[in-house]
Write a protein of this length. Structure first.
Length: 458
């Protein structure tokens, strides 16, 4: 893979490809339910602050590491220092663990697409429909298998470029539709005089703040921007030296945050108006429970058309992300064990299916099994986002601070002109590991059910 490393020919090519990996279910499915669960406006504010400070800095660091070394994560850390190569492996473990459960959610998207394509808006909007579906063993397995199968076929045939091309058209349409649906939600809430949900989402209420708001926002930041798993290092290795790294990072960040914000605007206020404040704790199913109700409200024809269109777009956003997840794992296995692409792809497909099975069944036949009090899918999500990614991020910062030195990143970023936020970057890269360690400790305590009632609450 390293031998004939191709490059993105233009800045826009790089930004779109990186944004294709970044924008996915993380923005549309994960962000809204976390925002709903962790205080609405205050979560939004914390996320925003973290993303323009820490998220930006880590993104610049990862892209610069990739471009400087010209290698993907494992090779890059190895080149920086032999003793650091384990970080590359740890980073590679993250996409390997995310891909399986990501595909379970991808399967839910396909299911909803089929429902809306067959005019089932009112069926999907009915109470209990979603729970019935995810509790059904064969259905959840079937759609999970279809999603991961399609991802594998694309990776195997090496037609990512084709998918990328299509998604370059789909992404802007997704933005337009999202703006339209969000506007519909705001207007119809306004007409009904229901402001509670909108206020909950848009107005930071400090009494909703807790340390878990920060833990969740930080995990979401990594996940959504595809950070702390070596992916941006790989993308950086394909970036040409004459492309402005700093402004590329800003654009990816802006794109990613914009879509997440819109998704929240579509979903969070609607939850409050349909199911009241208690509905906010619905967890991973939130998007699938709420949006059909919104579409259904648009009337039988428009509702089905917009619903189907929306889920096609979400499916493409999810596929560009799952392809980049699988591609990463496949190429690592291929390089490491000198396997043919076909073999490596089959191994990853088989392993991911097996690892994903418990997540797919965790809402039905295996719902009695609740590691650390979570459903199995949330457990995998927690381990990767709240434990592994902070660890990889801490190590990346430490390597940048003490092995490479921040100046190396600043120099790489300054190749095309002054690195405007160099001071912020330098401060963040030193401060972040300390914050991350604190966050990690809280996350672990929380997982074991030790909560900090009132602690760090305003
Ligand atoms: N960032 C993607 C999303 O928001 C998820 C993802 C993570 C994709 C890591 C690729 C790599 O959905």
């Amino acid at each position: 893979m390293e031998k004939n490393r191709s490059s993105f020919t233009s800045k826009i090519g790089f930004v779109l490809a990186a944004a294709g990996s970044a924008v996915g279910l993380g923005n549309l499915w994960r962000f809204p339910y976390l925002a709903a669960q962790h205080g609405g406006g205050i979560f939004l504010l914390v996320y925003l602050i973290l993303s323009v400070t820490f998220g930006f800095s880590l993104m610049v660091a990862e892209i610069a590491i990739g471009r400087k070394t010209g290698l993907s994560a494992i090779g890059a850390f190895n080149k920086i220092n032999k003793k650091c190569s384990f970080i590359g492996y740890l980073a590679a473990l993250v996409p390997a663990l995310i891909l399986p459960y990501y595909s379970v959610i991808g399967g839910w998207v396909i299911k909803y697409l089929t429902v809306f394509c067959t005019g089932g808006a009112s069926t999907a909007a009915a109470d209990g429909y979603f729970d019935g579906f995810i509790g059904n063993t064969w259905q959840s397995l079937l759609f999970f298998a279809i999603f991961i199968g399609v991802t594998a076929v694309v990776v195997l045939l090496g037609v990512e470029k084709g998918v990328e091309k299509v998604s370059k058209i789909m992404m802007p349409i997704l933005v337009v539709i999202s703006v339209g649906v969000a506007a519909f939600v705001c207007i119809s809430n306004g007409i009904r005089g229901e402001w509670e949900g909108l206020l909950y989402y848009l107005k930071p209420d400090f009494s909703n703040f807790s340390i878990m708001t920060v833990v969740a926002a930080m995990g979401q930041l990594f996940y959504s921007m595809s950070l702390a798993m070596g992916i941006m290092i790989t993308y950086g290795s394909y970036m040409k030296k004459d492309v402005n790294l700093e402004s590329s990072a800003h654009q990816i960040e802006f794109f990613d945050m914009g879509i997440a914000f819109l998704a929240g605007l579509m979903i969070v206020p609607s939850v409050v108006s349909y199911s009241g404040i208690e509905g906010l704790n619905k967890g991973p199913g939130l998007m699938f429970v709420t949006l059909p109700k919104v579409f259904n409200e648009m009337g039988p024809v428009l509702g089905n058309v917009i619903g189907a269109l929306f889920f096609v777009l979400v499916l493409f956003a999810a596929l560009t992300s799952s392809i980049s997840l699988m591609e990463t794992v496949v190429s690592i296995i291929q390089d490491k064990f000198h396997l043919e692409r076909k073999v490596s792809c089959s191994i990853v497909l088989g392993a991911s299916f097996l690892i994903g099975l418990p997540s797919a069944l965790g809402f039905g036949v295996w719902s009695g099994f609740t590691p650390m009090g979570m459903d199995i899918l949330s457990f995998f999500d927690f381990i990767t986002n709240s434990i592994l990614m902070p660890i990889v991020a801490i190590m990346t910062c430490i390597v940048v601070c003490y092995v490479m030195k921040p100046q190396a990143i600043i120099d790489e970023t300054s190749l095309t002109g002054k690195f405007k936020l160099a001071k912020l970057f330098k401060a963040m890269i030193y401060v972040a590991p300390v914050l991350l360690i604190i966050i990690l400790i809280f996350a672990i305590f929380e997982a074991f059910g030790i909560t900090f009632g009132g602690f760090l609450k305003f």
